[in-house]
Ligand binder design. Structure first.
Ligand code: ADP
Ligand code: MG
Length: 590
């Protein structure tokens, strides 16, 4: 056995590992194979599921992970064969998802399994194909194969009719499979996941697209927008993720996803702690949506309590739970702070379409940045164009408290004063993104508001991106982009959505198309939504750009007329508020 990464665990160790059924249904197979692919360091994983009316007929999982040598490919099917631990002591430091060395053996005992693998970076020219049926290796040969591993599982439960009888309808089993893939995708942003059923893509996440992107990809941008970030760190643990605003709640706790050290788990106690953090913000019997990852020392997490590893036991559980509850409470409190209700009815502000920069007003608390002519002029006219584009949008009411800008900090945050003395900080980019987003959404159903460029923008891309762009052309057309193939891997952009402006902003157009390729090409289920977000982001006034007092005023007035002025389309806050009482307390005046 020397020379292989895989060893057979000794009987003593085996006896100390939680035993039990691993393969209960097709989704169990997908879970185990996905975990193996993640453990193998895959960057992208493809799950292909085939089904007929009776149920799932075939599962194929392909990864670009470390692969296996010919010896390992056979050894992997032995019971208790694992490369992940040597003995029970290793479990205290476990960083991998697998450790029991049972999955492949258990799957191969109740199905026909074909494994094709080639080790990564080993110089091995050929790969190995192993076919195992009823636990016996029935074929082993050399084949051409890409680096990484593909496992194909067919005829699941062919020899266990009782088990087969317990399977639910095809759609239920498929739903379980998607659920498994979603949980792992949420916990593993470092991997791109794609799930295809009978040739149709059902789910796709981007590698390192960020948790919020993963969430938006899986559950839609509306949900992602209703989330607030949570981040907490104590010597004991680190919590990160997103929780829903109280208004976004459910009748059961299934919207709460928890992972611990990258392992997605069910943990009633943690779910309860999250709920507790909401206190009376939620009615009785209602639960929030949450995506939380807890990182803690591996020694505090006992993963060896359940055969399918869905549950863990925590040392210092009470402490951990109270940190979770407190972190949730704190995140909500911070969020509420920015959402304090206006103290008095808000006056509609009339925004004159003034194009000249106004002189800074005297008596400001914060000095107005000087707009130096040469450098400032381009910035000024660009910002001005960007703001003018969003001038027309007409929301029904003014949803922000009346406030007057007093200046800008770091050319990024507008400082404003409310009539009641509240201090507001406004993220100028996030705010304008919100304005643009609302405008694009509002106008999208009327007609694609397109604007022809005087001179088409010619953009070239590497072949892979070109292929992606070619596929996107119809979606882009719906959103007002007129893109044509112009030559090999070269495209002409002839028209862009009004929100993006005209010819002058070629750089903006180039950036937008580049974003569209990296973002929408992962086939976000709602591609239109993805395009809208990108247009809003790219068309918006940037951080780090000086704005005149007049521009600041226009931005705030436009923001006030959006439907949800307090957050940007990605759910980040646009405005934070410090009311007078809070300021007084900060200065010990209270
Ligand atoms: P475990 O994951 O608990 O170790 P498994 O039966 O799932 O047990 O897998 C056995 C061994 O086969 C793993 O420890 C690993 O070394 C190897 N293996 C399984 N799947 C893969 C894969 N996709 N890529 C590389 N190695 C794999
Ligand atoms: Mg495994």
């Amino acid at each position: 056995m020397t020379g292989t990464k895989i060893r057979i665990l000794d009987p003593d160790t085996v006896n100390q590992i939680a035993a039990g059924e691993v393969v209960e249904r097709p989704a169990s197979v997908v879970k185990e194979l996905l975990e193996n692919a993640i453990d193998a360091g895959a960057m992208s994983i493809l799950v292909e599921v085939s089904s007929d009316l009776a149920g799932v007929t075939k599962i194929r999982v392909t990864d670009d992970g470390e692969g296996m040598t010919p010896e390992e490919a056979v050894l992997a099917f032995q019971p208790h064969a694992t490369s992940k631990i040597r003995d029970i002591a290793d479990l205290s430091f476990i960083r991998t998802l697998g450790f029991r060395g049972e999955a492949l053996a258990s799957i191969a005992a109740v199905a026909e399994v074909t494994l094709v693998t080639r080790p990564r970076d080993s110089g091995a020219l050929a790969g190995t194909r192993v076919v195992v049926r009823g636990g016996e290796v029935v074929e082993k040969n050399e084949v051409g194969a890409p680096e990484g591993t593909t496992v194909i599982v067919e005829h699941l439960f062919y020899n266990t009719p009782a088990r087969r009888k317990f399977l639910k309808s095809r759609n239920t089993e498929l739903a379980h499979i998607y659920g498994v893939a979603e949980s792992l995708a949420l916990a593993h942003g470092e991997v791109a996941f794609r799930v295809v059923h009978n040739g149709r893509e059902r789910m796709a996440t981007q590698r390192s697209g960020g948790l919020l992107n993963t969430i938006a990809g899986l559950y839609g941008a509306d949900l992602a927008r209703a989330l607030i970030p949570i981040e907490a760190r104590t010597p004991l643990l680190r919590i990160s993720g997103y929780i829903s605003r109280p208004s976004e709640n459910r009748g059961n706790p299934s919207g709460i996803s928890i992972s611990i050290n990258g392992r997605s788990i069910t943990a009633r106690q943690i779910t309860a702690a999250v709920r507790e953090g909401y206190g009376t913000l939620l009615p009785k019997g209602r639960y929030p949506v949450a995506f939380l990852d807890l990182s803690l020392e591996a020694g505090l997490v006992d993963v060896n309590v359940h055969p399918t590893k869905r549950e863990v036991r925590l040392s210092r559980e009470q402490e951990i739970l109270s940190v979770v509850a407190a972190a949730v409470e704190e995140a909500l409190r911070r969020h509420e702070l920015a959402h304090e209700a206006p103290a008095e009815p808000v006056q509609q502000q009339i925004v004159p379409a003034v194009l000249e920069p106004e002189k800074p007003e005297g008596g400001s608390m914060v000095a107005q940045p000087e707009v130096s002519y040469a450098a400032g002029h381009r910035e000024f006219t660009l910002s001005d164009r960007q703001l003018r584009r969003t001038e027309g949008s007409r929301g029904a009411e003014n949803l922000l408290p009346a406030m007057e800008p007093v200046g800008q900090v770091a050319a990024t945050y507008i400082v404003a004063e409310g009539t009641d003395g509240t201090l507001y900080l406004i993220d100028q980019h996030a705010a304008h993104e919100r304005i643009l987003y609302d405008q694009v959404v509002e106008q999208r159903d009327a007609k694609p508001r397109s604007q022809e460029l005087i001179v088409p923008a010619i953009l070239s891309f590497p072949p892979r991106e070109s292929a992606a762009l070619r596929d996107l052309i119809p979606v882009l057309a719906e959103e007002g982009f007129m893109v044509e193939e112009f030559g090999r891997d070269t495209f002409a952009v002839r028209a862009v959505p009004v929100a993006l402006g005209t010819l002058e902003d070629l750089e903006v157009i180039r950036e937008t198309v580049a974003d569209l390729l990296t973002d929408a090409s992962r086939t976000n289920p709602d591609q239109r939504e993805a395009v809208t977000c990108i247009v809003a982001c790219r068309g918006a006034v940037k951080a780090g750009v000086l704005l005149t007092h007049e521009q600041q005023k226009r931005l705030l007035a436009q923001l006030a007329r959006t439907k949800t002025p307090w957050t940007c389309p990605h759910g980040r806050p646009t405005v934070v508020a410090f009311d007078k009482r809070k300021l007084d307390r900060m200065f010990w005046r209270a």
